[in-house]
Write a protein that binds this ligand. Structure first.
Ligand SMILES: *Cc1c(COP(=O)(O)O)cnc(C)c1O
Length: 394
């Protein structure tokens, strides 16, 4: 039996306070953990003047990131949105195509699809992972798709549907095996939005390495930050070479002359940003350990709060626990905003999930499946403070 609304407000606040013991000022949703090694490497950039598009740290960051993830290689770029845009292009998405993606995502996912000249097509998620529901996707594609010259097309718009872009929501791995199977059945290329999931594994494979390419973000609120930044990870050498070439102005030759053979992007990550990220990457295990301990404490604290579920990692996965979230029972959705106000008033920064993409003006007319579960999850999820420094290991 669910208590009155006031009771639930107080229970949620009390559970948060059990975990966040002695808050100093406002407890932010996610604060970067700037380790001493990052300071040293950034200092080195400042002292030597290698702050911009040349210098050793971009290459070191790329190779250490690839080796952490178990990828053949990686390409570091200016932000996660750019990584996704480039990832879609090098994976073979063409202007005018449609790309399937969740509506329950950050706006970068459909924006990157549009920047690549394609159109987002929103599909439904499942409550247990907040990721694409593969069974639902299969029956949806059977209903709205048709084969044309051996390729899947949207019968209503006539456009080719070339790819699907699953997103590992809040760091929790999506059910990728089932998704890969549907992708294969329909001939879809998979580009993973792994922006939130650095350090998240399915079995022993890192998220982002199931499809053709995975795209990570190093924005200030992500698990590690380069200030702003992103990366593509992949096991496809040719794809990575094309991504590197296209994101570094498509320059050819190594002499004095400026010669370029394509319309390239200037998307390379600057050296000073790579230096900042490299220090954190080398300490990622400590960050992940504290994130997991924090999640364990939240799970215990919310265990007997009626009407509230802690968003847990799916079975068989290792989550990075990027952002902890609680899910209100449907009959309590109406008090989400008051609960957010109360938590924030008490100095516990908390936020709703993103407004679903199909409810934003620029994507209101995009093709989509019925999105009742997306809308329901968006209306009753609350993200709570998740910084690694909430756990003191000393
Ligand atoms: C953070 C994020 C991105 C990329 O964001 P940038 O701010 O451009 O680095 C993409 N998709 C999702 C789901 C994200 O959370």
């Amino acid at each position: 039996m669910i208590k009155s609304r006031r009771g639930v407000d107080n229970d949620v606040l009390a559970a948060c306070k059990k975990v966040i013991k002695a808050p100093k000022g406002v407890v932010l949703l996610h604060r970067p953990d700037i380790v001493p090694e990052s300071r040293q490497l950034v200092d080195d950039c400042l002292e030597t003047g290698w702050v911009s598009s040349a210098g050793r740290y971009v290459g070191e960051f790329e190779s250490e990131l690839a080796s952490y993830c178990g990828a053949f290689g990686s390409v570091a770029v200016v932000n996660g949105t750019a990584a996704l845009q480039v990832g879609l292009v090098v994976a073979g998405v063409h202007p005018g195509d449609e790309v399937l993606c969740p509506s329950l995502t950050f706006v970068a996912t459909p924006n990157a699809i549009r920047h690549a000249g394609a159109f987002p097509h929103f599909v439904e998620v499942e409550e247990s992972t907040f990721g694409i529901d593969s069974n639902r996707l299969r029956s949806y594609l059977l209903a709205i798709g048709e084969q044309r010259n051996g390729q899947l097309a949207n019968r209503a718009t006539g456009r080719r549907i070339s790819a699907v872009c699953p997103m590992h929501c809040l760091g929790h791995p999506t059910r990728i095996d089932a998704l890969m199977q549907v992708a294969e059945e329909f001939g879809l290329t998979v580009v993973e939005d792994a922006a939130e999931s650095l350090g998240s594994f399915i079995g022993d494979r890192h998220t982002g390495l199931f499809g053709k390419v995975g795209c990570i973000s190093f924005n200030g609120n992500k698990i590690i930050t380069t200030g702003g930044g992103g990366a593509l990870i992949s096991n496809d050498r040719d794809l990575l070479e094309r991504a590197k070439h296209l994101t570094t102005t498509a320059r050819v030759g190594s002499g004095f002359e400026f010669v370029h053979d394509q319309v390239g992007w200037n998307f390379r990550m600057p050296n000073i940003n790579a230096a900042l990220g490299l220090g954190q990457l080398r300490n990622l295990d400590s960050i992940l350990l504290r994130k997991r301990m924090l999640a364990d404490r939240y799970r215990a604290a919310f265990a007997d709060v009626n009407g509230v579920t802690f968003a847990d990692q799916p079975a068989g996965c290792r989550s990075n626990w990027w952002l902890n979230a609680i899910l209100l029972a449907p009959e309590l959705a109406f008090c989400r905003d008051d609960m957010l106000a109360k938590l924030n008033q008490e100095g516990i920064q908390s936020r709703p999930l993103w407004r679903p993409m199909h409810q934003l003006p620029m994507y209101a007319e995009s093709p989509r499946d019925d999105l009742a579960i997306t809308e329901s999850l968006a209306s009753r999820t609350i993200n709570i403070p998740s910084s690694p420094d909430l756990i003191d290991l000393t």
